[in-house]
Design a protein around this ligand. Structure first.
Ligand code: AMP
Length: 186
C-alpha cells in the first residue's frame, strides 16, 4: 500500500499518518522528521536544511528527491509507505512518479486533508507550545503557509488531474477524520 498525505502545515497529517501506519502495518515516513534527525546528527544535509527550515522555506528538490529514493528503496518500505510531507513541489511529485514507475510501484491513493486556514494556524501555535519546534514561531508559520500556497498547493491539482486524489474534511476529532480517510481509501 503506497499512500500520500497532502495538506497544509498543522492540518493533522502526522497524527493521521501514524494511525494509518498502525492500521496497514506500513511505515510512516515524515520527511520533516527525517530532516530534524539529520539536523540533530549535524550531517551535511542537516546543516544546510536547518537554515531553510528555521525560516519556513523548503529544502531543495534535488536533496529531497535523493533522500526519498533511498527511503522508498529501503528494506523497511518494501511493503508500502505512508508519505507525510513529500511531495511538496510539482517537481518532487514528477520525480516520485518516475521512481514508482521504475520500481513498478502502484500509488494506491493521495489524500488531501482540508481544514480552514484559521484552524491550521491555531493548531500550529498550540504545537509550538507543546513541541518547542524552532519553525513554529508566528512569523515562520506565516511564511510556511505562504510557501505552502505557492509551492505545495499545485501538487494537489497535479494529483487531481490523475484521478487518485481524495479530499477529506480534516475538522472534527482525530477518530472522525481517520474514519473519513479509511472510507476514502476503500
Ligand atoms: P514538516 O515537519 O513536514 O512540517 O516539515 C518541516 C520542514 O521541513 C518544512 O517546512 C521544510 O523546510 C522541510 N521539508 C520537509 N519535507 C520537505 C520536502 N518534501 N521538500 C522540501 N522541504 C521539506
Amino acid at each position: 500500500m503506497h499512500i500520500i498525505l497532502l495538506g497544509p502545515p498543522g492540518v493533522g497529517k502526522g497524527t493521521q499518518a501514524k494511525l494509518l501506519s498502525e492500521k496497514y502495518h506500513i511505515p510512516h515516513i515524515s520527511t520533516g522528521d527525517i530532516l530534524r534527525e539529520e539536523i540533530r546528527q549535524q550531517t551535511p544535509i542537516g546543516v544546510k536544511a536547518k537554515i531553510l527550515m528555521d525560516a519556513g522555506n523548503l529544502v531543495p528538490d534535488d536533496v529531497m528527491i535523493e533522500l526519498i529514493k533511498n527511503i522508498v528503496t529501503s528494506e523497511r518500505c518494501k511493503n508500502g509507505i505512508i508519505l507525510d510531507g513529500f511531495p511538496r513541489t510539482v517537481a518532487q511529485a514528477e520525480a516520485l512518479k518516475n521512481l514508482f514507475a521504475d520500481l513498478k510501484i502502484v500509488l494506491n491513493g493521495v489524500i488531501s486533508i482540508e481544514v480552514a486556514e484559521e484552524l491550521t494556524i491555531e493548531r500550529l501555535v498550540k504545537r509550538a507550545q507543546e513541541l518547542n519546534r524552532t519553525d513554529d514561531t508566528p512569523e515562520v508559520i506565516k511564511n510556511r503557509l505562504r510557501v505552502y500556497k505557492q509551492r505545495t498547493a499545485p501538487v494537489k491539482d497535479y494529483y487531481q488531474k490523475t484521478g487518485i486524489l481524495h479530499s477529506v474534511d480534516g475538522e472534527g476529532t482525530v477518530e472522525e477524520v481517520s474514519k473519513r480517510m479509511a472510507d476514502a481509501l476503500k
